[in-house]
Design a protein around this ligand. Structure first.
Ligand code: ADE
Length: 220
């Protein structure tokens, strides 16, 4: 899976800054070429001598709007193999709320995701139309019912959730742990944790060695 991120804050993703994407499982997935992440600085696609990428909104109102041309030029600069396997994603708090089902769906249907990180008060609404007219599927996505300062964190969240659905990204053990992460209670040593005069115990059944009973207890 290839991810192209279009942002005005490329340093958020750069390894030198200690990027979330280059550590742990995602770092390993990149080394193993299971995923590839490319960052595009939107300002590189501005024709303005001050590398401006935003402007005041028509009709008035507060804040600035991200301009159309740099975004389209950035998308056009990305090498495209098969348009039907690409999805362009625009991050906005008004988008469809992202969930694990979508992460699974994206990992299966696409081999290339282009992620546009919005900033300011929004993106020129024509961006969506032009991208559609260029023949891409486009989807507006929110990662939750709260407003962030931009689409960079949402991009990382989506990359994380989609990547771990790609075969081989999680090791065997991590795949098994998945079951536990999805709501299963877990305990490890010590058997008795003493804190301020109180004892916190591991459920007895887990120490019993009765695998079948443990399985039933876990299901419950
Ligand atoms: N941009 C600002 N807030 C956002 C959110 N919750 N999801 C996606 N993009 C955003």
């Amino acid at each position: 899976m290839r991810f192209d991120i279009i942002t005005i804050f490329p340093k958020i993703f750069s390894a030198k800054g200690g990027s979330y994407l280059s550590e742990s499982i995602l770092g390993r997935a990149q080394k193993n070429k299971l995923i590839e992440i490319k960052i595009h600085n939107l300002r590189d696609f501005s024709k303005d001598k001050h590398r401006k990428v935003d402007d005041r909104p028509y009709g008035g109102g507060p804040g600035m709007v991200m301009a159309i041309e740099p975004i389209i030029r950035a998308i056009k600069s990305i090498k495209i193999k098969n348009k039907s396997k690409i999805k362009v994603i625009l991050f906005t708090p008004a988008g469809k709320q992202f969930n694990n089902k979508m992460a699974i769906d994206f990992s299966k249907k696409y081999d290339h995701l282009i992620l546009i990180c919005g900033r300011y008060e929004g993106i020129d609404a024509r961006v969506k139309k032009v991208i559609y007219d260029l023949g891409f599927k486009i989807h507006e996505i929110s990662i939750g019912p709260y407003v962030l300062t931009g689409g960079e964190l949402p991009a990382m969240v989506l990359i994380d959730a989609v990547s771990r659905q790609i075969p081989g990204v999680l090791g065997k053990l991590e795949s098994l742990e998945e079951k536990r992460q999805l709501g299963m209670l877990a305990y490890t040593r010590p058997e008795v944790f003493k804190w301020r005069g109180k004892k916190y115990l591991v459920p007895k059944i887990l120490l019993s060695g009765h695998h079948k009973k443990i399985e039933e207890w876990r299901k419950k």
